[in-house]
Design a binder for this molecule. Structure first.
Ligand code: DOR
Ligand code: ZN
Length: 347
Protein backbone atom coordinates (compact mmCIF):
# COMPACT_ATOMS: atom_id res chain seq x y z
CA UNK A 1 0.00 0.00 0.00
CA UNK A 2 1.27 3.44 -0.85
CA UNK A 3 1.01 6.18 1.72
CA UNK A 4 1.36 9.84 0.76
CA UNK A 5 2.07 12.97 2.73
CA UNK A 6 2.02 16.45 1.21
CA UNK A 7 3.58 19.28 3.18
CA UNK A 8 4.67 22.84 2.52
CA UNK A 9 8.11 22.84 0.90
CA UNK A 10 10.67 22.60 3.72
CA UNK A 11 13.64 24.84 4.50
CA UNK A 12 16.96 23.86 6.06
CA UNK A 13 17.96 26.21 8.88
CA UNK A 14 21.59 25.01 9.04
CA UNK A 15 23.47 23.89 5.95
CA UNK A 16 27.08 23.68 4.73
CA UNK A 17 27.40 24.16 0.98
CA UNK A 18 31.18 24.80 0.76
CA UNK A 19 32.47 26.38 -2.45
CA UNK A 20 33.76 25.57 -5.94
CA UNK A 21 33.38 21.99 -7.19
CA UNK A 22 31.94 20.77 -3.87
CA UNK A 23 29.27 23.49 -3.92
CA UNK A 24 28.30 22.55 -7.47
CA UNK A 25 27.89 18.90 -6.48
CA UNK A 26 25.99 19.27 -3.21
CA UNK A 27 23.74 22.26 -3.96
CA UNK A 28 21.29 20.31 -6.18
CA UNK A 29 20.92 17.67 -3.45
CA UNK A 30 19.44 20.32 -1.16
CA UNK A 31 17.67 22.45 -3.79
CA UNK A 32 15.73 19.45 -5.08
CA UNK A 33 13.62 19.38 -1.89
CA UNK A 34 14.30 22.58 0.04
CA UNK A 35 13.28 26.10 -0.93
CA UNK A 36 15.70 27.96 1.32
CA UNK A 37 18.57 27.30 3.69
CA UNK A 38 20.62 29.16 6.25
CA UNK A 39 24.11 28.90 4.75
CA UNK A 40 27.00 28.35 7.12
CA UNK A 41 29.90 30.78 6.68
CA UNK A 42 32.82 28.50 7.70
CA UNK A 43 34.60 28.59 4.37
CA UNK A 44 38.36 28.97 4.10
CA UNK A 45 38.69 31.94 4.46
CA UNK A 46 35.39 32.50 6.28
CA UNK A 47 32.49 34.72 5.19
CA UNK A 48 33.10 37.67 7.49
CA UNK A 49 31.80 40.86 5.87
CA UNK A 50 28.62 41.83 4.08
CA UNK A 51 30.60 41.93 0.83
CA UNK A 52 31.89 38.38 1.46
CA UNK A 53 28.30 37.21 1.95
CA UNK A 54 27.12 38.97 -1.20
CA UNK A 55 29.90 37.37 -3.25
CA UNK A 56 29.25 33.90 -1.76
CA UNK A 57 25.53 34.22 -2.42
CA UNK A 58 26.31 35.05 -6.06
CA UNK A 59 28.56 31.97 -6.34
CA UNK A 60 25.77 29.80 -4.93
CA UNK A 61 23.23 31.19 -7.38
CA UNK A 62 25.68 30.71 -10.26
CA UNK A 63 26.09 27.05 -9.24
CA UNK A 64 22.34 26.37 -9.15
CA UNK A 65 21.31 24.15 -12.07
CA UNK A 66 18.62 25.47 -14.34
CA UNK A 67 15.13 24.34 -13.36
CA UNK A 68 15.78 24.36 -9.62
CA UNK A 69 14.64 27.20 -7.42
CA UNK A 70 16.51 27.92 -4.24
CA UNK A 71 17.16 30.93 -2.02
CA UNK A 72 20.31 30.91 0.11
CA UNK A 73 19.88 32.78 3.38
CA UNK A 74 23.36 34.07 4.12
CA UNK A 75 25.11 34.38 7.46
CA UNK A 76 28.27 36.07 8.68
CA UNK A 77 31.02 34.39 10.64
CA UNK A 78 31.51 36.32 13.87
CA UNK A 79 35.12 37.25 14.61
CA UNK A 80 36.64 39.41 17.29
CA UNK A 81 37.17 42.12 14.69
CA UNK A 82 33.70 42.05 13.13
CA UNK A 83 32.38 45.57 12.57
CA UNK A 84 28.87 46.13 14.01
CA UNK A 85 28.09 48.73 11.34
CA UNK A 86 28.93 46.30 8.52
CA UNK A 87 26.71 43.62 10.11
CA UNK A 88 23.81 46.06 10.52
CA UNK A 89 24.17 47.29 6.91
CA UNK A 90 24.18 43.73 5.52
CA UNK A 91 21.04 42.95 7.51
CA UNK A 92 19.31 46.16 6.42
CA UNK A 93 20.16 45.32 2.79
CA UNK A 94 18.59 41.88 3.18
CA UNK A 95 21.91 40.15 2.44
CA UNK A 96 22.15 38.29 5.75
CA UNK A 97 19.63 36.60 8.03
CA UNK A 98 21.83 35.59 10.95
CA UNK A 99 25.33 35.78 12.39
CA UNK A 100 27.14 32.60 13.39
CA UNK A 101 29.12 32.24 16.61
CA UNK A 102 31.78 29.55 16.58
CA UNK A 103 33.78 29.34 19.77
CA UNK A 104 37.37 29.27 18.46
CA UNK A 105 38.52 25.70 17.90
CA UNK A 106 35.08 24.13 18.34
CA UNK A 107 34.84 22.53 14.91
CA UNK A 108 35.76 22.55 11.20
CA UNK A 109 37.31 25.89 10.18
CA UNK A 110 36.56 27.59 13.47
CA UNK A 111 40.06 28.94 14.11
CA UNK A 112 38.90 32.52 13.43
CA UNK A 113 36.03 32.15 15.88
CA UNK A 114 35.50 33.91 19.17
CA UNK A 115 37.87 33.42 22.11
CA UNK A 116 36.57 36.17 24.37
CA UNK A 117 32.87 37.05 24.16
CA UNK A 118 33.45 40.48 25.67
CA UNK A 119 35.30 41.42 22.48
CA UNK A 120 32.18 40.89 20.34
CA UNK A 121 29.79 42.59 22.75
CA UNK A 122 29.32 45.68 20.53
CA UNK A 123 28.24 43.43 17.64
CA UNK A 124 25.88 41.43 19.87
CA UNK A 125 24.38 44.65 21.29
CA UNK A 126 23.73 45.89 17.78
CA UNK A 127 22.16 42.56 16.82
CA UNK A 128 19.87 42.66 19.85
CA UNK A 129 18.86 46.18 18.89
CA UNK A 130 18.01 45.36 15.26
CA UNK A 131 16.56 41.85 15.84
CA UNK A 132 19.23 39.92 13.95
CA UNK A 133 19.45 36.29 15.18
CA UNK A 134 22.66 34.80 16.54
CA UNK A 135 23.18 31.14 15.56
CA UNK A 136 25.40 29.43 18.09
CA UNK A 137 27.62 26.38 17.92
CA UNK A 138 27.09 25.65 21.60
CA UNK A 139 30.19 23.85 22.81
CA UNK A 140 32.98 24.97 25.11
CA UNK A 141 36.45 24.23 23.82
CA UNK A 142 38.47 24.16 27.02
CA UNK A 143 40.66 21.05 26.91
CA UNK A 144 39.70 19.93 30.43
CA UNK A 145 36.02 19.50 29.46
CA UNK A 146 35.16 16.05 28.13
CA UNK A 147 33.91 16.14 24.53
CA UNK A 148 30.61 14.54 25.55
CA UNK A 149 30.03 17.34 28.14
CA UNK A 150 30.91 20.30 25.97
CA UNK A 151 27.34 21.28 25.12
CA UNK A 152 26.02 20.92 28.65
CA UNK A 153 28.88 22.99 30.09
CA UNK A 154 28.32 25.64 27.41
CA UNK A 155 24.71 26.14 28.52
CA UNK A 156 25.69 26.95 32.09
CA UNK A 157 28.92 28.83 31.58
CA UNK A 158 28.37 30.71 28.30
CA UNK A 159 24.83 30.66 26.92
CA UNK A 160 22.85 31.43 30.02
CA UNK A 161 25.14 34.28 31.19
CA UNK A 162 25.13 35.72 27.65
CA UNK A 163 21.34 35.69 27.44
CA UNK A 164 21.00 37.25 30.89
CA UNK A 165 23.41 39.95 29.83
CA UNK A 166 21.60 40.62 26.53
CA UNK A 167 18.01 39.49 27.06
CA UNK A 168 16.81 40.96 23.75
CA UNK A 169 19.28 38.94 21.66
CA UNK A 170 17.51 36.38 19.45
CA UNK A 171 19.43 33.13 19.85
CA UNK A 172 19.29 29.87 17.93
CA UNK A 173 21.08 27.04 19.70
CA UNK A 174 22.11 24.94 16.77
CA UNK A 175 22.27 21.18 16.39
CA UNK A 176 21.13 20.46 19.95
CA UNK A 177 22.45 17.04 21.02
CA UNK A 178 21.67 16.76 24.74
CA UNK A 179 18.59 16.52 26.91
CA UNK A 180 20.01 19.49 28.86
CA UNK A 181 20.10 21.54 25.65
CA UNK A 182 16.53 20.53 24.86
CA UNK A 183 15.38 21.46 28.38
CA UNK A 184 17.14 24.80 28.14
CA UNK A 185 15.52 25.73 24.83
CA UNK A 186 12.13 24.53 25.98
CA UNK A 187 12.12 26.28 29.33
CA UNK A 188 14.24 29.42 29.00
CA UNK A 189 12.45 32.73 28.93
CA UNK A 190 12.99 35.13 26.06
CA UNK A 191 13.68 34.68 22.39
CA UNK A 192 15.34 31.31 21.92
CA UNK A 193 14.98 28.40 19.53
CA UNK A 194 16.92 25.23 18.79
CA UNK A 195 17.65 23.38 15.59
CA UNK A 196 17.91 19.61 15.46
CA UNK A 197 19.73 17.62 12.78
CA UNK A 198 18.41 14.60 10.95
CA UNK A 199 21.31 12.38 11.95
CA UNK A 200 21.11 13.17 15.66
CA UNK A 201 17.51 11.94 15.57
CA UNK A 202 18.66 8.63 14.07
CA UNK A 203 21.95 7.75 15.71
CA UNK A 204 23.56 7.83 19.11
CA UNK A 205 27.18 7.24 20.05
CA UNK A 206 26.76 3.47 20.00
CA UNK A 207 26.03 3.60 16.29
CA UNK A 208 29.33 5.39 15.83
CA UNK A 209 31.51 3.29 18.14
CA UNK A 210 30.13 -0.22 18.75
CA UNK A 211 31.53 -2.97 16.55
CA UNK A 212 34.06 -0.71 14.86
CA UNK A 213 34.48 3.02 14.40
CA UNK A 214 32.22 4.54 11.77
CA UNK A 215 33.76 7.80 10.65
CA UNK A 216 30.74 8.83 8.59
CA UNK A 217 28.78 9.21 11.84
CA UNK A 218 31.39 11.49 13.36
CA UNK A 219 30.23 15.08 13.58
CA UNK A 220 30.28 17.95 16.03
CA UNK A 221 28.64 18.20 18.42
CA UNK A 222 29.35 14.48 18.67
CA UNK A 223 26.35 12.14 19.04
CA UNK A 224 25.60 11.43 22.70
CA UNK A 225 24.09 8.43 24.53
CA UNK A 226 20.68 7.09 23.53
CA UNK A 227 18.76 8.85 26.31
CA UNK A 228 19.79 12.14 24.70
CA UNK A 229 18.80 10.90 21.26
CA UNK A 230 15.41 10.04 22.72
CA UNK A 231 15.03 13.55 24.17
CA UNK A 232 15.78 15.01 20.73
CA UNK A 233 13.15 12.79 19.13
CA UNK A 234 10.55 13.83 21.69
CA UNK A 235 11.34 17.53 21.16
CA UNK A 236 11.40 17.35 17.35
CA UNK A 237 8.06 15.57 17.19
CA UNK A 238 6.42 17.56 19.99
CA UNK A 239 5.00 20.32 17.85
CA UNK A 240 6.82 22.93 19.96
CA UNK A 241 7.71 25.73 17.51
CA UNK A 242 10.99 26.39 19.32
CA UNK A 243 12.41 23.25 17.69
CA UNK A 244 12.88 23.01 13.95
CA UNK A 245 15.08 21.42 11.30
CA UNK A 246 18.67 22.36 10.66
CA UNK A 247 20.26 19.37 8.92
CA UNK A 248 23.89 20.47 9.39
CA UNK A 249 24.51 18.51 6.22
CA UNK A 250 28.28 18.96 5.96
CA UNK A 251 30.12 17.26 3.10
CA UNK A 252 33.70 16.05 3.39
CA UNK A 253 35.32 13.75 0.86
CA UNK A 254 35.74 10.11 1.83
CA UNK A 255 39.55 10.33 2.12
CA UNK A 256 39.09 13.20 4.57
CA UNK A 257 36.54 11.21 6.62
CA UNK A 258 38.17 7.78 6.45
CA UNK A 259 41.44 8.91 7.89
CA UNK A 260 43.54 8.58 11.04
CA UNK A 261 42.26 12.06 11.90
CA UNK A 262 38.91 12.24 10.16
CA UNK A 263 36.88 15.42 9.63
CA UNK A 264 33.64 16.07 11.50
CA UNK A 265 30.49 16.23 9.40
CA UNK A 266 27.58 14.14 8.15
CA UNK A 267 26.30 14.65 4.62
CA UNK A 268 22.54 14.06 4.64
CA UNK A 269 21.02 16.43 2.08
CA UNK A 270 19.96 13.72 -0.39
CA UNK A 271 17.84 11.57 1.94
CA UNK A 272 17.04 13.94 4.79
CA UNK A 273 13.31 14.19 4.10
CA UNK A 274 13.02 10.41 3.78
CA UNK A 275 14.89 9.97 7.07
CA UNK A 276 12.68 12.51 8.82
CA UNK A 277 9.49 10.88 7.56
CA UNK A 278 10.84 7.59 8.92
CA UNK A 279 11.53 9.10 12.35
CA UNK A 280 8.25 10.97 12.57
CA UNK A 281 6.35 7.85 11.54
CA UNK A 282 8.16 5.81 14.21
CA UNK A 283 7.13 8.43 16.75
CA UNK A 284 3.53 8.38 15.46
CA UNK A 285 3.88 12.07 14.61
CA UNK A 286 3.77 12.29 10.82
CA UNK A 287 1.23 15.08 11.20
CA UNK A 288 3.93 17.15 12.94
CA UNK A 289 6.60 16.81 10.28
CA UNK A 290 5.36 19.89 8.44
CA UNK A 291 5.70 22.09 11.50
CA UNK A 292 9.24 20.90 12.17
CA UNK A 293 10.50 21.07 8.58
CA UNK A 294 8.41 23.79 6.96
CA UNK A 295 6.55 26.09 9.38
CA UNK A 296 8.42 26.86 12.60
CA UNK A 297 11.66 28.00 10.95
CA UNK A 298 10.08 30.70 8.77
CA UNK A 299 8.06 31.94 11.74
CA UNK A 300 11.24 32.25 13.76
CA UNK A 301 13.09 34.12 11.02
CA UNK A 302 10.17 36.40 10.16
CA UNK A 303 9.78 34.94 6.68
CA UNK A 304 6.67 33.65 4.93
CA UNK A 305 6.18 29.91 4.66
CA UNK A 306 6.77 28.51 1.18
CA UNK A 307 3.74 28.50 -1.07
CA UNK A 308 4.77 25.33 -2.90
CA UNK A 309 4.63 21.79 -1.50
CA UNK A 310 6.48 18.49 -1.62
CA UNK A 311 4.90 15.06 -1.52
CA UNK A 312 6.47 12.15 0.34
CA UNK A 313 5.48 8.65 -0.62
CA UNK A 314 5.95 5.44 1.34
CA UNK A 315 6.04 2.10 -0.43
CA UNK A 316 6.53 -1.48 0.75
CA UNK A 317 9.85 -1.77 -1.06
CA UNK A 318 12.93 -0.11 0.42
CA UNK A 319 14.10 2.95 -1.49
CA UNK A 320 17.67 2.76 -2.68
CA UNK A 321 19.63 5.94 -2.09
CA UNK A 322 23.12 6.36 -3.51
CA UNK A 323 25.87 5.31 -1.11
CA UNK A 324 27.88 8.34 -2.15
CA UNK A 325 27.78 11.21 -4.54
CA UNK A 326 30.61 12.18 -6.84
CA UNK A 327 32.05 15.64 -6.58
CA UNK A 328 34.89 17.32 -8.41
CA UNK A 329 36.86 16.98 -5.19
CA UNK A 330 36.19 13.27 -4.63
CA UNK A 331 33.37 11.00 -3.42
CA UNK A 332 31.16 12.10 -0.50
CA UNK A 333 29.36 9.36 1.42
CA UNK A 334 25.66 9.91 2.10
CA UNK A 335 24.28 9.47 5.60
CA UNK A 336 23.15 5.85 6.01
CA UNK A 337 20.89 5.39 9.03
CA UNK A 338 21.81 1.69 9.10
CA UNK A 339 18.38 0.39 8.14
CA UNK A 340 16.08 0.54 5.13
CA UNK A 341 14.13 3.67 4.25
CA UNK A 342 10.71 3.37 2.64
CA UNK A 343 9.97 7.04 2.03
CA UNK A 344 10.90 9.15 -0.98
CA UNK A 345 10.05 12.62 -2.20
CA UNK A 346 8.02 12.22 -5.36
CA UNK A 347 6.93 15.74 -6.20
O1 DOR B 1 30.19 18.09 12.16
C1 DOR B 1 30.32 19.25 11.85
N1 DOR B 1 30.75 19.61 10.62
N2 DOR B 1 30.03 20.19 12.74
C2 DOR B 1 30.28 21.47 12.52
O2 DOR B 1 30.02 22.26 13.39
C3 DOR B 1 30.93 21.92 11.27
C4 DOR B 1 30.70 20.96 10.19
C5 DOR B 1 31.59 21.18 9.01
O3 DOR B 1 31.76 22.33 8.58
O4 DOR B 1 32.10 20.22 8.46
ZN1 ZN C 1 27.26 23.03 10.99
Amino acid sequence: MTQRLTIRRPDDWHLHLRDGAMLAAVLPETARHFARAIIMPNLVPPVITGDDARAYRDRIMAALPEGLEFTPLMTLYLTESTDPADVAAAFADGIIHAVKLYPAGATTNSASGVRDLSRVRPVLEKMAEIGLPLCIHGEVTTPDVDIFDREKVFLDTVLDPLRRDLPDLKVTLEHVTTSEGIDYVREASGDIAGTITTHHLMINRNHMLVGGIRPHYYCLPVAKRSTHQQALRVAATSGNPRFFLGTDSAPHTDPNKESACGCAGVFSATNTMACLAHVFEEEAALDRLEGFASLFGPARYGLPVNDTTITLEKTDMPVVYPARIDTGEGPVTLFDPGHSLYWRVTA
